[in-house]
Design a protein around this ligand. Sequence first.
Ligand SMILES: [Zn+2]
Length: 74
Amino acid sequence: MKSLLVVLVVLAGVWFWRSRASSIRQRPPASPIQPPLQDTVACSRCHVHIPRAEAVQGQHGSYCGLEHLHQAEP
Ligand SMILES: [Zn+2]
């Protein structure tokens, strides 16, 4: 009778350990840290995305620099 109790305790321990292990495995992976969303615009000439604050505004759109502004809007 005592051995039956030992078997039951071992089985309960195994069941507990397995359910714990599977719950740990089912945990979704930690999401990678997202960079803060920045307001960007695409250069109308080379289509490179740049922060809106750094963009050069032309008559026909935004540009990554004065060089592309002058090339696109002479
Ligand atoms: Zn550009």
